[in-house]
Structures are given as C-alpha cells and as structure tokens.
Design a protein around this ligand. Structure first.
Ligand SMILES: NC(=O)c1ccc[n+]([C@@H]2O[C@H](COP(=O)([O-])OP(=O)(O)OC[C@H]3O[C@@H](n4cnc5c(N)ncnc54)[C@H](O)[C@@H]3O)[C@@H](O)[C@H]2O)c1
Length: 329
C-alpha cells in the first residue's frame, strides 16, 4: 500500500466535504493526486447546501502541500457536473480517477415511504454516479486510462430494513459497474465498487461510541486507494471497514442439466449425453470467449445466493449453468 502513488494523476471525489469522501480526497492528495473536492453541503437527507464543506477540505489539502479545487454542485445537476469536469480539465488537463461517493438517506419502511423520498435517494446515489461517470468517460477513453470507484452498500447487496430506496440505488450501481467494466476494458478503464462500513454522520446514531471508534472512515480509505491504483482489478466489490477489506463474491449453485423424462433406454441415454456434451462445449467456448467474465475464484464457488467470501476463496466444485449453451452463443 505504501508504494501506491498518484503523482501526475487527477481525481474527482464527490461528496468529499465530510465523512468517507473527505478521507478519500485527503489520502489521494497525500499520495500526490490533484483533487477536485465536490460536495453540495447540506444535511443528511439532502436538504440545504453550500460550498463551505468542499472549501474546507480544499484548505486542508493545501495545508498538506497538495493541490485541490472545490466544487459545490450537486452530483445530480448536469450543469454543475459539467462545470466540475471543465474546472478539472482547465486546471490540470486530464481526469484519471472518479470516486463517486456522494450520498443521502431518507429511511422509512416501504409502507410509509413517499414516492418522492424514493426518487430523490435513487437520483443522488444512482444518477449522481452515472452523471459524473458519463462526464469523464470520453476523457478517460481518450487517455486510455481511468479508474472509477462507485460506492455501494451492504443495504443494496443484502437488504436493510427501512432502506428500500437506498438499497435499490446501491444495487443499481453494481449493475452499472458490471457493464462499465466490460465497456471500459479496452481503454484501460477499471470500474470497481466499495461497500464501506464507517462511523460518519450516516451511522453515528446506530452504534455505541466504542464501536464507532473502531470504524473511523480512514480505515475504509486504503481499500479505495487500491481500487484507484494502476494495479486495481476491474468489476470487484470490496467491503471495507475497521481496517479489514474483503471481496464480495456472487455465488451460484452447481445447476442441473435438464434430463429428458419421457424417453427410455438407448434414446434417453443418447439425449442425456447430447445435453452433457452441449453443456461442456458451452463452458469451454464461454471461457475461451472472455476469460474475464468468469473470474477464477467465482468458478470455484459452490453455494447459491450473493455472499461474502470472507476474503478467502473457497474450494468447491466448479459451477455449471443450465443455460451455458445460450450464454456461449
Ligand atoms: N458510513 C457508512 O457506514 C456507509 C455504509 C455504506 C455506504 N456508505 C456510502 O458511503 C458514501 C459516503 O457516506 P458517508 O457515510 O461518508 O456520509 P456523509 O453524509 O458523511 O457523506 C456524504 C457526503 O455527500 C454529500 N452529498 C450529499 N448529496 C450530495 C449531492 N447531491 N451532491 C454532492 N454531494 C452530496 C454530503 O454533503 C456529504 O458530505 C455514501 O454514498 C454512503 O451511502 C456509507
């Protein structure tokens, strides 16, 4: 970790006026990056706003000897996002890193939730990531280099009571990442997700002080630094908190090849053999077609349902898909 540097690199960190974003911005600047500190200010539910929070972090970075620009726009505001990107390009001529971190909460059970509360949370988290990503995408493609980190959450990956709006937006970001990682690959644009656990204003009322003390935002930032580095993988979901980092894996069961029921004897054996052969061929073709689509570790996972691999890759039998042939075509 100590040797990861960002000299000559330019980063945009959204929602960097406080909490996790501030920590990411400070750490990138400490490691040599020039940073655009974006933050709308405002309260946790997204109301109010101002540039003070972003300005303060810029001052902190400058006091450390770094370079930074403040931007007080909302990540949902097209003109503000365009200005943020233009300011970075005018000042430094490139954009290498985008950490899409800005976020708000409007928690309520689905029964009590107004549609407006659903919409605004999806707007900030999902469109507030899509818009900055779109604004830097062409720049990164032309540079043949880019690192994008989206900020997801265990609420999206596993669910959380009272957070249907937030969970929907946060898992939407994984779908977004899964496509960008493919489309960005030939231009060396890597796209990853961080699922943090940290003591910030979002969580300070949920846990006792002794626990919060173990969950400082700076214990999440090393995971983000890695995802911003040249060595970053693409398409990874890291959970990070309390100094620990682990990869989240998508698990599937081994699947079954459909067996013909109404045939007996030789005909049945022949059909069964055809199915198995098609399955094996499909698997081989699919692996040859795009090895990135089937990460090595995922091929060894054997359970179903999304889960957390605890940082270890499990040894299991490679999974088989019922529709391998369709995938291969
Ligand atoms: N703290 C956790 O345990 C935790 C867990 C999972 C996910 N997250 C995610 O991490 C990210 C950072 O959250 P945090 O815990 O540091 O909370 P935070 O409230 O301290 O930080 C969020 C920042 O985003 C800014 N912001 C909000 N709306 C904005 C907008 N429209 N445009 C620009 N900036 C805006 C806020 O002003 C604030 O400074 C969020 O996306 C959050 O959902 C946090």
């Amino acid at each position: 970790m100590a040797d990861i540097r960002f000299d000559g690199k330019v980063a945009i960190v959204t929602g960097a006026g406080g909490g996790l974003g501030r920590q990411h911005a400070l750490e990138l600047a400490r490691r040599g990056a020039k940073v655009v500190v974006n933050d709308l200010g405002g309260s946790m539910d997204g109301s109010g706003g101002g540039s003070d929070a972003a300005n303060k972090v810029v001052e902190e970075i400058k006091a450390l000897g770094g370079e930074a620009i403040a931007n007080g726009s909302s990540v949902t505001d097209d003109a503000g996002v365009a200005r943020m990107v233009k300011d970075a390009m005018d000042a430094w001529g490139r954009i290498d890193i985008l950490i899409a971190n800005a976020g708000i909460l409007r928690d309520k059970t689905f029964a009590k939730m107004e549609f407006g509360d659903f919409q605004v949370v999806v707007d900030v988290h999902l469109f507030g990531t899509v818009k900055p990503a779109k604004a830097v995408w062409e720049i990164m493609r032309e540079q043949n280099y880019g690192r994008i980190v989206v900020t997801t959450s265990s609420s999206g990956l596993y669910g959380n009571f009272g957070q249907s709006n937030y969970g929907a937006a946060k898992l939407g970001l994984i779908g977004f990442m899964n496509t960008l990682k493919l489309e960005g690959q030939k231009n060396n644009i890597h796209v990853n997700a961080i699922a943090p656990v940290a003591a910030t204003r979002m969580t300070e009322s949920l846990m006792p002080p002794a626990v919060l003390e173990q969950l400082k935002p700076e214990y999440v930032t090393p995971g983000v630094v890695f995802l911003c580095s040249e060595e970053a993988p693409t398409g990874a979901i890291l959970t990070a908190g309390a100094g620990g980092v682990c990869a989240v894996a998508d698990r599937r069961d081994r699947g079954r090849l459909p067996r013909p029921r109404r045939h007996r004897g030789r005909r049945a054996r022949q059909l069964g053999e055809d199915h198995r052969r098609d399955g094996r061929q499909g698997l081989r073709q699919w692996r040859r077609a795009d090895p990135e689509v089937l990460p090595q570790d995922a091929g060894r996972l054997s359970r179903s349902s999304p889960g957390n691999d605890g940082g270890r890759s499990r040894r299991g039998r490679p999974f088989l898909f019922c529709n391998l042939k369709a995938l291969a075509e």
